[in-house]
Design a protein around this ligand. Sequence first.
Ligand code: ADP
Ligand code: MG
Length: 484
Amino acid sequence: MAEWDYELFWNETLNQMREELGEDEFGRWFKLVGYLRATEQDITLGVPSGFYRDQVKTRYQTRIEAALKLVVGRDIALLFEVVSQSQRAAALPKASGMLRPDAAPPQSSAAERKPETQTPQPNLFSSDTAREVKAKKGRHLLLREDYTFDKYVIGDNNNFAANAAMAISRNPGVIYNPFLIYGGVGLGKTHLMQAIGNYVHHNSERKIIYITAESFMNEFIQAIRENRTSAFKNKYRFVDMLLIDDIHFLEGKLETQEELFHTFNALYDANKHIIFTCDRPASELKKVSERLRSRFERGLNVDLQPPNYETRYAILKAKTQDRKVAISDEVLALIAKNINTNVRDLEAALTKLSAYADLLGKPITLESARQQLKDVFAAPVKQISASISIETILHVVANYFSISLNDLKSNKRTQKIVQPRQITMYIAREITEFSTTEIGQQFGGRHYTTVMHAREKIENQCRSDPTLEATIQTIIGLIKGSAN
Ligand code: ADP
Ligand code: MG
């Protein structure tokens, strides 16, 4: 019978047993069990004595087999072999850190020995970039503890997204699946996504993995290289909730997209929740297969907008209370007024000021705050980047002319709508790298020649009408202000 490498599965099974039994009991019975070898149908474990073997068998065999089945996806039989300590030590897993040979207690005293306290360790399914699932009760190893709902300030800009996220937390796998949060950098996508993870982690036994799209890809490539793609597949297909951050990274990464597509299907079919974040609407992803894009768009897609003044102020207030830094309300107002890009920039300003206050040993005045932050405040409007979405442009134009987004995208030919629509197309062509075809698609699948025509038309009009030119510049300014 050919040898199979089931060691990864065995280690995952150990993690589950450990969770189930607690450190004490687990330490008493599993410390001295070593993985020896496997065939397709069975795994052979090394134990120190016949007595030990019988005890483990009667106490745990059924439970271990059940856990193994969950991990592997089918029945695997357990066989035991009495082996010497050195054989077992050699067989103990090398990479997990959990059962290193040097950490194993002496054989004779195993049964009575109190297990040392273990620090949480990533299990063997993980690589450096992606540790999965809690190794013990308490915090989730992959989630930032402070990314919770109660630290998430809700304003007009994120109200809908935050409420959907809270609803999902209470009913994972049931509503809004998949859930995609999109928006510019620093607007709270990762925080919101992890808040769902943290909530579900603390309120259920669900197995959650958080990973960035980039790490997902790296791990996948490594699995291919090391010939263990089935372990990789298993890792991602038996979770209850999968959080994948920054999927725009997958543009052009076709093999990883393919893998994610299958992962998605497996989880979706099993009613497991899948959550994505992206820096733009899924419809604007380039070089993403049509079938994966349609999966992203299934379920619920919500956007995060930059916070308005009130929300910026509320966020600053919450952060100062949280960090226990003494910064006066008028200084907070000054920051909120002057930094309108995103929450990350607000935090950076706070950090800078509180460091300064610490250094001085006295509170910050309006004047010193202005002085400290003058570079930040004076920062020129950010260069137009490729990441401006057509959606952002549409929003800004619709707002500016007080018409609805739907009308703007529609086929309506009234003059009130036609010119703003042409302006939108013109601006999209001027300040983004989207092609006329891509822009046309955002307007109900219009032909690219329509976009070209719109652009020419606006260009001509601008020549004879300087106020139109000025209007367009104003709108571009607004777009720059709301994109990041
Ligand atoms: P993104 O993933 O969209 O780039 P993050 O989730 O990393 O943004 O958020 C950037 C920082 O701003 C984080 O420290 C996060 O905690 C904070 N943050 C974002 N939105 C909010 C909010 N609504 N309330 C409180 N903090 C926020
Ligand atoms: Mg993020």
